[in-house]
Design a binder for this molecule. Structure first.
Ligand code: ARG
Length: 582
């Protein structure tokens, strides 16, 4: 479906032409004086300069050419503005089309295009901590938004499953259990199918090993193990497989709890096979140059105002680093999926890293210019006091714990307010807690730091997830009392609140497109907050079920039914769901 702004702009342009002026002056915008009108066109002011006459004359002439049926008000006001209000019949027809069209008639701007969303970024052998909340939920929301707007989407968790962290675990395991067959160079049999450690043991082994990095002897051992693993050491490979199996199962469980789902569980290790050929090629073509024993790709560009160090491709000891893996991952992604866009969702402290990798990828021709590369760098989530989030003993808070804390907080409310029967408490609690957590995060501009404030996020009033759910639940309960409603047609607005609600509904498509263009889930939040506000105003001012005229009542029901479906679509994109009662 065409957007309202486009429809009325086209009509306005035709009116300019019919009045003898150039079409280019007919651009309509949403009014910046909602007290006066809904839409406006300021083109007569610019046209006046070209045609050398009074702007109000032009505005008057254009207004005379507009179709009066489209507007409930259209006026030319001094010095030459054209103010518009849509007619009831225009709105009614537009909403009825939205109601009956698939996906509310949004234009599938991504049709035929593929996007890879690189998000999550978990590291194996390490539990998810609060730093993993933002990449998971921002990435998931952006992926779902792209999918809704027609893109073929591939979400890849890009696991940190390679490099020194693996060597550290192997070295530590060797110190603890040197008798294991993995360490026996003469062992030629089958390694045990069962892992020598559980997930909780692994989560203890890794930090212990990591803490010993400053011990030169241990550090050397870990580096050596990393090197041998990457060279294909059979026993170390087998340990690595155990680490992966144990760890990935646990990560999947945790992401599932967050309702975050990846199409691909690839990792840094999957990029490894692409590295040797890529490095050789970059060396051969002179894209990579030698610098102090290392191989680097210079990425300075003309006009750079900040320092732009070269991207390190191979360190002087011959090893590949984080950037090498990201570049090689691009080789794999281009080869396997030929995406039109790759989106990376990570902490904004990785800005420089991605700038370097993107430039190197362009320079080397790994990613062609018509494939967009974008980095959504997000800010830090701090505690309610604005300071970095820490547990009471100063450690990093596990993501599981954060979710459990929010869930306990919400459960207490649900129980206290006797919202649902006992057997529904958990399900209802889970949905509200997810909404509180995700909306609390996503309603902030991604780049900004924000404070995690459990009480504020979980409040049923204000700009919160639970408030949005509450609005949906309120509509659901009215619809349930009314009966079958899905077939009811939209009617002309019945009062100002109905009209405001209808206008807000029409902004759905433009809001989604804008959120996508800016990679900004917070714009979806802002949209549903406005829409929910309109629903609640309408509800307070209009007796819905008490309406005696059955036809009018059916119109009210159709309108709130459409608003509910749109709210539900939006929260689905944001990654949460509404309960039946609240
Ligand atoms: N595992 C990385 C980390 O913990 C994040 C990975 C982000 N994605 C990427 N393609 N580099 O920082």
């Amino acid at each position: 479906m065409k957007k309202i702004l486009d429809i009325i702009t086209e009509k306005m342009q035709q009116a300019f032409v019919d009045a003898g002026y150039d079409a280019s002056f007919g651009r309509v915008t949403v009014s910046n004086r909602p007290d006066l009108c809904e839409y406006q066109c300021n083109g007569a002011l610019a046209a006046a300069k070209q045609y050398k006459c009074a702007p109000i004359m032009i505005a008057n002439a254009v207004v005379a050419k507009l179709d009066a049926n489209d507007y409930s008000m259209v006026e030319a006001v001094m010095p030459g503005f054209i103010n518009l209000k849509l007619s009831d019949s225009f709105l009614q027809a537009y909403l009825e089309e939205m109601r009956t069209a698939p996906d509310f008639g949004v234009e599938k701007v991504g049709a035929g295009q593929t996007i890879v969303v690189d998000y999550g970024g978990a590291n194996v052998a390490k539990p998810l901590h609060i730093g993993h909340l933002r990449p998971a939920i921002i990435g998931e929301a952006l992926k779902r938004l792209h999918k809704f707007l027609g893109y073929n989407t591939i979400g890849d968790v890009h696991l940190g499953d390679w490099g020194l962290q693996m060597g550290l675990i192997i070295a530590e395991l060797h110190e603890r259990q040197p008798e294991l067959p993995y360490f026996d160079p003469d062992f030629t049999g089958e390694y045990p199918a069962e892992s020598p450690f559980t997930i909780s043991e692994l989560e203890e082994i890794y930090p212990t090993a990591s803490g010993k990095k400053s011990d030169p002897e241990f550090s050397h051992k870990a580096h050596q193990a990393t090197f041998e693993l990457q060279q294909g050491h059979r026993g170390y490979r087998a340990i690595w497989n155990h680490i992966m199996n144990v760890s990935v199962a646990d990560l999947k469980k945790n992401y599932d709890n967050l309702d975050v789902h990846f199409e691909k569980w690839l990792g840094e290790s999957d990029a490894d096979p692409y590295i040797p050929a890529m490095v050789e090629d970059l060396k051969a073509r002179g894209i990579a140059v030698q610098s102090e024993g290392a191989w680097v790709v210079p990425v300075v560009e003309e006009g750079d105002r900040k320092e732009m160090p070269p991207m390190i491709l191979v360190k002087s000891d011959g090893s590949a680093i984080y950037a090498t893996t990201d570049l090689a991952t691009m080789v794999q992604r281009m080869q396997d999926w030929a995406p039109d866009k790759i989106l990376y969702v990570t902490d904004k402290r990785q800005n420089l890293h991605f700038e370097q990798v993107f430039r190197a990828a362009r320079k080397a021709g790994i990613v062609p210019m018509d494939t967009k590369l974008e980095h959504v760098g997000f800010g830090t989530m701090n505690g309610a006091d604005g300071k970095p989030f820490k547990t009471r003993d100063g450690g990093v808070l596990r993501l599981e714990q954060l979710i459990a804390d929010m869930t306990d907080f919400v459960r207490a409310k649900v129980v206290e307010n006797r919202i649902v029967s006992e057997d529904e408490v958990e399900e209802t609690t889970r949905k509200i807690a997810m909404a509180a957590l995700k909306y609390g995060d996503l309603s902030n501009q991604p780049t900004k730091d924000y404070n995690f404030d459990m009480e504020r996020f979980a409040a049923f009033e204000g700009n919160t997830g639970p408030y949005i759910l509450y609005t949906i639940v309120r509509i659901k309960s009215i619809l349930a009392r009314y009966g079958a409603w899905e077939h009811l047609a939209i009617q002309a607005p019945y009062n100002t609140e109905a009209k405001d609600l209808m206008l807000s509904v029409t902004k759905f498509g433009p809001a989604m497109e804008m959120a996508l263009a800016n990679e900004a889930p917070n714009q979806i939040c802002a949209y549903i907050y406005e829409l929910a506000g309109c629903v609640n105003k309408f509800y307070h001012e209009t007796p819905i079920l008490k309406e005696e005229d059955e036809a009018v009542k059916a119109g009210h029901i159709a309108l709130i039914g459409l608003a509910k479906r749109i709210l539900e679509q939006c929260i689905y994109i944001l990654g949460f769901q509404a309960p039946e009662k609240m």
